[in-house]
Design a protein around this ligand. Structure first.
Ligand SMILES: [Zn+2]
Length: 470
């Protein structure tokens, strides 16, 4: 595997922060009890699933969990002897915090194939074919480097949890571990790029799940390629291990037609027939779903991942958000990036803006709903019930954003939710610091675990070697 990791994690953690004024280290070593003091604003989805912008807040974190959220004026009641590290969010205009974002659909190893579609100046089919040829020549180190590149780019734009859908497992697991990323690692039981994969192969990973850094889950690339036998096996595995099942569904009209031809019914009804439609089902794209299918998704509480940029680039058609709204099913929608093949940059604020823009003419998607889709709602649809909110008991996944930034200012102090609309309409930007599971993965805009400069050099090298293989 390529050498891109900083050595001696703890040592670098201390030395990289010593001179930084927002970090006061009270005890050496990896900090477990952290006080984030004096955020001018804390933006979250609250216990009642409503958007909340709170001013002058502090947060106490212990062993990766949010313990307390309180008014900054009450910080003095905290016993500093019990704190390892203080993050000063108050000085120089202050730092706003939000929950880390949740990306519900990605193919991280494809990172080495950046911009294949955005720069496509040939016809789409030909471009995709060329991309698949390169993908077919990728080796484990390419998958690994790609996944590190993908996760770290996501982290820089505030994403802390990702659903990876791909045909290999180990390089993604390793990449998540060294970059400190939270990943649901959905392994294809039936894959275009990895034709040897089977439900039995995936079952081995599910059985050994405690050995991995990532959380194993089941994927299939396309329903029209799955035999009834395979679907029965997957249904058995999902029930046995209670894991997430995800697939591309109704991405284009041809795919739906093929499913009807193969299975004799509409895609969502086929899933239901095999017991594969429930709260742990995540349908990616879902562009050509019928009224009947959306109602069934709602009834079974399954999730749908909306990927507007990918849909535009693949000319797949338009997701029927107005119909989801009419059928009161928008609470089942999450957002995802897809891979860099089908999106410009791996960022969810730009995807929220894209969602807002493309549906604007037919139906307004409120900012509150968009923010929910990329935080708490996205987490719930991934089966993560203690992720995506800054509330006591939740996993300490927190993104830190400078308030004195064009992505926030100017805002209306009488209506601080304008911070959220500004954040989304400004589109993507880089976070200042990022905490995942109670650890600072990025500090002062620098990754603490990955040497980014080395990562980029290695990625370019791997990309060139990959090109030589065809
Ligand atoms: Zn995809």
């Amino acid at each position: 595997m390529a050498k891109i990791q900083y050595r001696q994690k703890d040592v670098s953690f201390v030395s990289r922060r010593k001179s930084r004024s927002r970090y006061s280290i009270l005890k050496e070593g990896t900090p477990k009890r952290i006080l984030i003091h004096g955020c001018p604003f804390l933006i979250t989805i609250n216990a009642n699933n409503k958007l909340q912008v709170l001013s002058q807040r502090s947060v106490l974190i212990e062993k990766g969990i949010i313990k307390k959220v309180f008014e900054s004026s009450k910080s003095s009641s905290i016993n500093l002897k019990e704190i390892d590290l203080i993050y000063d969010a108050e000085q120089r205009g202050g730092v706003v915090i939000t929950p880390g974002f949740v990306n519900a659909h990605a193919h991280p190893p494809m990172y080495l194939l950046r911009s294949t579609l955005t720069f496509a100046e040939d016809n789409l089919k030909k471009t995709l074919k060329g991309m698949a040829r390169l993908e077919g020549k990728m080796k484990n180190n390419d998958f690994f480097l790609g996944a590190v590149g993908d996760f770290t780019e996501e982290q820089k734009s505030g994403i802390t949890t990702t659903l990876s859908h791909y045909g290999i497992f180990d390089p993604i697991d390793k990449a998540a571990e060294i970059s400190g990323h939270q990943v649901i690692n959905a392994l294809s039981a039936l894959s275009n790029s990895h034709p040897k994969n089977t439900p039995t192969f995936v079952g081995k990973y599910l059985k050994a799940s405690s050995r991995f850094y990532t959380q194993p889950a089941i994927a299939i690339h396309l329903l029209e390629k799955a035999s009834p036998q395979i679907l029965k096996r997957i249904s058995f595995l999902q029930k046995k291990y209670k894991v997430l099942f995800t697939l591309h569904l109704a991405e284009n009209k041809e795919s739906t037609k093929e499913v009807v031809k193969k299975h004799g019914d509409l895609p969502v009804k086929v899933l239901d027939k095999y017991g594969l439609l429930g709260p742990l089902t995540l349908i990616s794209h879902g562009i050509h779903l019928t009224r009947e299918e959306i109602l069934l998704i709602k009834k079974r509480k399954a999730g749908v991942v909306h990927l507007p940029t990918s849909n535009l680039l693949h000319k797949s058609g338009q997701f029927n958000y107005p119909l989801f709204h009419e059928l009161k099913c928008t609470s089942q929608i999450a957002l995802g990036t897809d891979s860099v093949v089908s999106k410009n940059r791996l960022d969810l604020l730009t995807e929220a803006l894209q969602t807002k823009t493309i549906h604007q003419q037919k139906k307004i998607v409120p900012y509150e709903e968009l923010f929910n889709m990329i935080t708490a709602q996205g987490a719930r649809l991934l089966g993560l019930n203690k992720v995506g909110k800054i509330l006591p008991g939740f996993r300490a996944d927190i993104a830190f954003w400078k308030l004195k930034d064009r992505g926030f200012l100017p805002y209306d102090p009488d209506n601080p939710s304008t911070l959220v609309s500004n954040m989304i309409t400004y589109g993507g930007r880089n976070i200042r610091d990022l905490m995942i599971n109670g650890s600072f993965v990025i500090s002062n805009r620098t990754h603490n675990l990955i040497d980014e400069s080395e990562l980029l050099i290695q990625s370019q090298k791997a990309h060139l070697e990959l090109r030589k293989r065809i």
